[in-house]
Design a protein around this ligand. Structure first.
Ligand code: SAH
Length: 252
């Protein structure tokens, strides 16, 4: 059996209890070495075989999984954050299906949640934005034409941009082609939840310059939108005059 597990954004105590238990029981762990905190490997049994997938191809990862399965062993495939975002899990799952190797998936705290926590921010503020766009800038991995950053930026919604810190000038330019202005608040969160976490608060107009000034070149998220500003309306849910299924609203 293969267990895909989300490791969380970095801090070892941000993995789920289920994920930690699977690591403790694993005969083999294949972890995404570029981003998963190696401290999590401390949960492994002493005899557990450990592989760093940063140095492996898909074929090599699958070979290890097949060998373990043939020996009746349990493999944990440990991905950073939640495996469902930029995790390259589908290709692994399809290959396991083809070989009739059973697997399951345990979610993790995605770095976009880790970044919000680092910022003490709420992405979905009433009257500001009720939408979070998770995307990336086109790099060596292409992005479908209809999802180009400038066109997504036309919504002016909250945006969380993965895998793009090395292209920060292009990101800034694309955001300004959309609904954001030079003054729209933005932030860069480097290594959310790691001891070396860094937060850079800026505006869309100063995004590239401030990122460079702080020497951030990888493992960072760019977050953009007026949710980082000061204006919003309070929630209906907790408004004294609002009636819900659980609470009768007071007369105004
Ligand atoms: N599945 C992961 C994303 C993997 S893609 C998740 O759910 O978070 C790798 C990218 O995620 C990095 O380039 C960076 O943009 C972002 N990332 C991962 N961990 C991060 C962290 N702790 N802080 C900030 N960004 C992070």
């Amino acid at each position: 059996m293969v267990h895909f597990v989300g490791a969380g954004p970095g801090a070892p105590d941000l993995i789920t209890q289920r994920g930690a238990a699977l690591l403790q029981g694993a005969d083999c762990i294949i972890y995404a070495g570029s981003l998963v905190n190696p401290a999590l490997l401390g949960l492994a049994k002493p005899e557990c075989a450990i592989y760093n997938s940063a140095e492996m191809t898909l074929e090599q990862v699958l070979d290890v999984m097949r060998r373990m399965e043939a020996a009746g062993k349990t493999t944990v495939r440990l991905h950073t954050g939640d495996p469902c975002l930029y995790g390259a899990i589908r290709e692994q799952m399809d290959a396991l299906d083809a070989d009739s190797i059973p697997y399951d998936d345990t979610p993790g705290v995605s770095s976009f949640c880790g970044a919000a926590a680092a910022l003490n921010a709420e992405y979905t503020l009433p009257t500001v934005s009720q939408t979070v766009i998770i995307t990336r800038m086109e790099g060596r991995t292409p992005v479908p034409e209809r999802e180009k950053l400038a066109s997504l930026a036309a919504h002016g919604a909250t945006m969380v941009i993965f895998l793009s810190i090395g292209l920060i000038d292009k990101v800034q330019e694309a955001l300004l082609q959309g609904a954001y202005t030079q003054d729209t608040p933005a932030a860069v969160v480097y290594k959310a939840s790691w001891p070396e976490q860094k937060i850079v608060r800026c505006t869309v107009g100063t995004l590239a310059e401030r990122t460079r000034a702080n020497g951030i070149t990888k493992t960072a998220l760019i977050v953009v939108g007026d949710f980082l500003g000061t204006q919003y309306e309070r929630s209906k849910l907790y408004d004294p005059t609002f009636t819900t299924e659980f609470r009768k609203g007071e007369a105004r």
